[in-house]
Design a binder for this molecule. Structure first.
Ligand SMILES: [Zn+2]
Ligand SMILES: [Zn+2]
Length: 295
């Protein structure tokens, strides 16, 4: 919940940077201020503290909260939760994510919960919303679908669909300042990905999409500002994982559990790590590189 308030070098941009980049820490919040209004990118985890901090900072900037707009990079609890406590009139999200914002229990689909329940006994009673509740609560938000461009005061942001981590995940490109708000796609910590969110294939495509932009600085949802080199680093991580999986299968590993152990060690049974492994397996099966049926 705690965040450092940073007045960035970019005119009108204030960053509320969370103390940790790791779940269940809140996402960073970015506030673009123009004409006594603010574009609030990802309010953060569903605790009142973050909403109070946003309101305090914007009050200092003489911003009218009601006339401000919230834009959500995707409908995960660490980005969307605090929206409930803000009096902002409009909330925008990609059309694909509208249903998840309105009814978070539907997130079970992009989190592939039924697959997880079927395959891993330990998750048979798992409830996603209950799991979020204690760590970073999520609430339904009456969000509306975003267009491919957001014009806001002096700024225009291009909306770029970047699935893989969530099906309607977006990055926001402020071309005039050569700044990219990358959501969870790029940052200190590589995001997880699941088959129903687009998986590793969509993630790779999303990286290619971002690579084409002329960008000097990337503002991620988790961690410190970074540079476009991060795109290549993440691509390498994805390729390394695939290579490792193929090597392990070659050696005779025949279960998802063992594959996840070899990739993630002690953290092998984390829901998100199991989804990463499954994403790679489905890609490899489609490409004919893996034919085994896994337990
Ligand atoms: Zn996320
Ligand atoms: Zn996040």
């Amino acid at each position: 919940m705690h965040a450092d308030v940073t007045y960035t070098e970019i005119e009108g941009l204030i960053a509320l940077k969370s103390k940790s980049a790791r779940w269940p820490a809140s996402s960073n919040t970015y506030l673009l201020v123009s004409d006594n209004k603010s574009l609030i990118i990802d309010p953060g985890c569903g605790f009142r503290e973050r909403a109070k901090l946003i309101e305090k900072v914007l009050k200092n900037e003489k911003v009218d909260m009601f006339e401000s707009v919230i834009v959500l990079t995707h409908a995960h609890p660490d980005h969307i939760g605090a929206t409930k406590f803000l009096s902002t009139k409009h909330v925008l999200i990609h059309a694909i994510e509208v249903e998840y914002a309105k009814n978070p229990s539907l997130l079970s689909k992009p989190f592939d919960i039924s697959f997880i329940k079927n395959v891993f006994g330990k998750y048979s009673q798992f409830d996603l919303i209950e799991y979020f509740a204690g760590l970073c609560p999520i609430y339904g938000v009456d969000a509306i679908a975003i267009n491919d461009r957001i014009s806001f005061g002096d700024y225009t942001l291009k909306v770029i669909l970047t699935p893989g981590h969530s099906p309607g995940h977006i990055s926001l490109y402020l071309k005039s300042e050569r700044v990219l708000f990358s959501g969870d796609l790029l940052g200190d910590v590589m995001a997880w990905y699941s088959p129903s969110a687009g998986g590793v294939e969509a993630y790779l495509e999303s990286l290619s999409r971002l690579e084409k932009l002329k960008v000097d600085i990337i503002m991620p949802s988790h961690g410190s500002p970074t540079t476009p080199e991060r795109i290549e680093t993440e691509r390498e991580i994805l390729e390394q994982r695939e290579k490792k999986i193929l090597e392990e299968i070659e050696k005779g590993i025949g279960s998802r559990e063992e594959l996840s152990k070899s990739l993630f060690g002690k953290r092998w049974s984390f829901l998100t790590n199991l989804l990463i492994v499954e994403s790679h397996l489905r890609k490899l099966r489609k490409e004919g590189k893996v034919t085994e049926l896994f337990k």
